[in-house]
Write a protein that binds this ligand. Structure first.
Ligand SMILES: [Zn+2]
Length: 249
């Protein structure tokens, strides 16, 4: 294979590389460079801050949230967990004089949340052969930078390939398998689908309450005092029934 050259994104020096290789080190400023058909960028990795026991704890807190099925945190059975580095592109753009950062997946995936990742700039480490990934598999990029470059707003300032740490946890609830992705840097949880808390019991309380009030409104034509008393009783009953649903169902 022949050689090609690219301008270093940091110091601007011409850097020669073998055509076909994706990574090169600038011989002037020692920056690690990622090469794509559409240009050169920096090459970073974001370390794992979330350990396995932390990941399980984060999952349990998430599963105890108000939109999740009741007792999901106790009833969900963990069926596997794995950590990986997922490749994303980080684009710095200048839009109307302001810097805008966009993060987009560099690997094709069906996992949830990977379009919404936030890269904390201060935690980025230069990724070169000396960086120890500790045996964590790296998912290789299979989407070209150019696929995004033409759709981004403003002018390009800098681009980088970042290996982003993610946990994937599988769990089973009522015989069905689900998956969550946990951002291994911030601990944010992403899920496309999860067992949801039913709204049926709340709707039933609301429906019964509606018809009781309707009947009492009609009654108030004939016997206002009796109707007023029954309305007060209904209010207490609807309130108590809502509390019961929130607590037990
Ligand atoms: Zn350089």
């Amino acid at each position: 294979m022949g050689t090609a050259s690219v301008g270093c994104p940091k110091c601007g020096a011409r850097v020669e590389f073998d055509a076909g290789s994706k990574f090169v080190r600038c011989s002037y400023c020692a920056s690690q460079i990622y090469i794509d058909r559409s240009g050169a960028g920096f090459y970073y990795i974001l370390p794992f801050l979330v350990r396995e026991d932390n990941a399980v704890g984060i999952f349990k807190r998430w599963a105890a949230g108000p939109t999740k099925a009741k007792y999901l945190d106790q009833r969900a059975q963990l069926a596997g967990s794995k950590r990986q580095y997922f490749p994303v592109y980080m684009f710095k753009r200048l839009v109307d004089g302001k810097e805008l950062i966009r993060v987009e997946p560099a690997g094709s995936t069906t996992l949830p949340g990977l379009h919404e990742l936030k890269v904390p700039a201060g935690d980025l480490k230069v990724f070169d052969s000396k960086y120890d990934v500790g045996g964590v598999p790296l998912i290789q990029p299979d989407i070209e930078m150019g696929a995004y470059l033409e759709k981004l707003p403003g002018a390009g300032k800098e681009q980088a390939l970042v290996f982003f740490p993610i946990w994937t946890l599988d769990y089973v609830h009522d015989g069905k398998r689900y998956q969550v992705v946990i951002d291994g840097s911030s601990g944010e949880v992403f899920a496309a689908d999860f067992p949801k808390r039913g709204s049926g019991p709340y709707l039933a309380v609301a429906g019964v309450g509606y018809f009781a009030f309707l009947a009492e409104a009609l009654l108030s034509y004939f016997s206002p005092w009796l109707a007023a008393m029954l309305i007060a009783v209904t209010v207490v009953c609807v309130f108590a029934a809502s509390l019961f649903v929130a607590w037990r169902m």
